[in-house]
Ligand binder design. Structure first.
Ligand code: SAM
Length: 312
């Protein structure tokens, strides 16, 4: 499979991110090939006794293959996705992280470097993943969130919009949404307050230390160009033991996603998000969970989560 994956990558030096603009046209876009080789170099350095690089290569190949088959409507995609499930869940097990954050400024560049305010100026009252993926995320939240209406509980939904995918009727005293479009945030029924802020310009979060029990971020971690600054801030504002849940699929606004994301696959995405937790510091070792419903038939859905250390 690894060999197959590599062959496919050579033939289709692409990727993986299927764009949201399927709303406009269903297309696989080809981002910078340079990033693939640069990631490969980085990944080679993450040598974990010979095991990690192999796992990463399989991740890249399987990811590509699953999505390629998906786009082709080929029934074998179920098999490909089933392989992928294990790869993503294992991605953050036994990782030996390099001493320094392995990514460079160029890894956080986007195809479209114009202002994010401009891109998000008009509200989009759409959903960015399919209903089955949303249902899987909502179910996951229902299993890990504090019970509805628990006194003193505060939740922050980062990169929020008009929907947060929380369980039906879920309430807390304080649910803050941060995002780029005020009209979307205004219409989000679970929010008790919202803040419009471009995290790529201003990664500092406007909240007190130790003030949130849970932070969520749905299908948007790939738009952060200063992820370490944001994750350090997340750690600061989480209560000790507080939970940060980053979820993602294989879709994105590819012109706005960082190049290290658009040039890699699902398994690598788990490692990338895991690295944000690791290098931000103050978090427990991050874990990856594959909550994809109907593998190969609906959008995949992955979680990378961690808790703030009780000593941080
Ligand atoms: C694909 S949408 C996802 C929205 C929502 N989380 C959901 O699940 O439907 C991406 C979201 O990321 C947010 N976002 C993108 N770039 C951002 C930035 N520079 N700063 C803050 N938020 C940003 C936008 O507000 C937008 O709503």
């Amino acid at each position: 499979m690894a060999i197959l994956g590599l062959q496919l990558q050579q033939r289709f030096p692409v990727l993986t991110a299927v764009c949201y603009s399927r709303l406009i046209s269903a297309t696989i876009h080809a981002p910078a090939v340079a990033s693939v080789s640069s990631l490969s170099c980085k990944l080679k350095k993450w040598n974990n006794g010979g095991r990690l690089p192999r796992r990463l290569v399989v991740g890249l190949g399987a990811s590509f293959w699953a999505q390629y088959m998906n786009m082709a409507g080929n029934s074998k995609s179920f098999i490909a996705s089933a392989r992928l499930k294990g790869a993503v869940e294992q991605a953050l097990q036994n990782v030996e992280w390099p001493e320094q954050f392995p990514f460079k400024d160029e890894d956080f560049q986007r195809f479209d470097e114009t202002s994010d305010s401009l891109f998000y100026e008009a509200p989009r009252f759409v959903t960015h993943i399919d209903d089955a993926a949303i249902a899987a995320l909502t179910k996951y939240y229902s299993e890990v969130f504090p019970p509805s209406n628990t006194p003193g509980v505060s939740i922050l939904d980062m990169c929020s919009s008009w929907v947060s995918h929380f369980p039906k009727g879920y309430k807390q005293e304080r649910v803050v949404g941060m995002g780029m479009n005020e009209e979307e945030l205004k219409r989000n029924p679970v929010l008790t307050e919202y803040v419009v802020q471009d995290l790529n310009l201003k990664p500092k979060l406007p909240f007190e230390d130790n003030s949130f029990d849970v932070i969520t971020n749905v299908v948007s971690v790939d738009y952060l160009t200063k992820p370490l600054d944001v994750f350090k801030e997340m750690c600061r504002i989480l209560k000790p033991g507080g939970l940060a849940i980053m979820s993602f699929s294989n879709r994105c606004f590819w012109t706005k996603a960082i190049s290290i994301w658009t040039s890699t696959g699902d398994t690598d995405h788990a490692l990338i998000v895991g690295s944000y937790f690791h290098y931000a510091g103050g978090f427990e070792p991050p874990q990856a969970v594959d909550i994809s419903p109907n593998p190969g038939r609906s959008d995949p859905m992955y979680i990378v989560y961690s808790r703030k250390l009780s000593t941080a």
